[in-house]
Design a protein around this ligand. Sequence first.
Ligand code: ATP
Ligand code: MG
Length: 601
Amino acid sequence: MRISQMLFVTLREDPAEAEIPSHKLLLRAGYIRRIGSGIYAYLPLMWRVLKKVSQIVREEMDATGAQECLLPQLQPADLWRESGRWDTYTQTEGIMFALTDRRDTELGLGPTHEEVITTIAKDMIRSYRQLPIHLYQIQTKFRDEIRPRFGLMRGREFIMKDGYSFHSSEESLKKTYQDMDQAYRNMLRRSGLQFRAVDADSGAIGGSGSQEFMVLAEAGEDEVLYTEDGQYAANLEKAVSIPADTETSPFATFEKRETPGTDTIEKLCKFLKCSPTQVVKNVLYQAVYDSGITVLVLVSIRGDQDVNQVKLLNELTKLAGNYQAKTILFLTVPDAEAQQKWAAKSLPLGYMAPDVADDYIADSKEVNSKFLRLVDRTAVDLTNFVTGSNESGYHVVGANWDKEFPLPSLAVDVRKAKKGDRAVHNPEQTLQTARGIEVGHIFQLGTKYSQTMGATYTNEQGEEMPLVMGCYGVGVSRLAQSAVEQSYDKDGIIWPVAIAPYHVIISIPNISDAQQVEVAEKLYAELNQSGIETLLDDRDERAGVKFKDADLIGIPYRIVPGRSLKSGKVEVVERATHKSQEILIEQVNSTLKQWIEAAIK
Ligand code: ATP
Ligand code: MG
């Protein structure tokens, strides 16, 4: 392609709308253009990158025996009602764009395709003989994200590869899951990314596992905890660890103490000269179940620990049946306004004890009349501990479970693992932390969708069984941007060769120099012909401008037919290192071919 014929507009200044380097660079280099909040046009250079990423993804998927298809983006609401997700997706969580057609039929724009694929499986899979089967597609997804940001990282319209597999057994699912794990590693390695596969939260579905693939970068929205020995890595949401040891309590007898102005653990420990590991803190949450019932949840946890809200949500979802519900709509720390809706009198916030009385909850049909009391495992074994007294300005010290306070019957792990904690697999290893961008997620779904939607098959014994399912996603557009986030310098983007829009750019220093133009044209034709994707910067611009642009758009190799022409050579500059060398014109093609092949391997 000749740059003179392209829609080629680069910006010298960082656009105000962009916060992270990759977003700034993609805008400045003319790869993407913002059309609306979370809505971007993929301009020709970007589209080439996206096609390359898609092709790598496609090749790795095909190699596992999965088959490509294309599913509709317009999805009937009824399908989502069948799975029970319509209300949560369109209203509660609100991530799904919903619309009504001229016949008054409700439809949604696909944020994901479990419903569509399960309905196909329900119709078409009859027998175990048809299993396993794995279909995937590469397609635009729509999600009405609350906070679209960072360009393609979190768009409201983005490209995803999503695959769904169907099995007659858990073992068969596990096999495909393993194949996907390998396929994902291959995709990311081939795309030139540094990544980590981490244990991920499978939500309330439980299931036997899920893994996320994280591209390591400061701008990542996720936190990853891992050990140096490479044996453990998990999303913070899911991570487990051994907490610091408890220090022995200095309080041997139970008594109430005046502790003015100590509504935080830090202030309290300073005042009482004790360790936060000797404190039981009581944290209040408010869960709204889909039955419409609000439940106030009191979590007692050791003072130096924090609650992991994802783990808590999973625990509370397991209890949905107790509240005539299937799932939880919201889980929040109730602010003053929320408390007003249900509190019969003002709560002793900052001074609550594990036994705070149920009569703080006003009588109401929508609110469960008792606190749901949970104790985190870190607080179970504490003795002679400090905790609230249910009276502002006072705490108790020297307290014990089943003496002064009943131990909540539900002991759970809802604590947040953190940097520095000891690892479960080997306590000599401590957890380290890194930031990551989730580019892929593989998931053993089990029978959640097949059961609710009635997708069954007949097994060898002639029994009707629900299909066992897995699902596997890759954010193609997010992956492409994360490559930039991992690879740039002060001059611009440094694309990994495998996904660069072009391999080579020939920058003609001076287009009124006939010899320069002639050599450039010759190489341009020759390289393209031999499969080396080449751009020709034939604009009537100063050499400096062209070199800057070539660096900014990040093409791996730049050829400059300049001064060295008199010795039959051109200058070839490697973008990543700025290393330059002079190569005989007739050897340019074979040399570049070698370099590119070596880089793409
Ligand atoms: P996140 O936690 O980042 O919102 P998710 O867990 O909801 O993502 P999945 O449903 O697992 O996402 O989707 C599969 C993949 O699609 C993700 O791993 C991610 O790479 C990509 N993806 C999800 N949401 C977006 C988005 N809004 N913009 C771009 N890519 C996205
Ligand atoms: Mg995910």
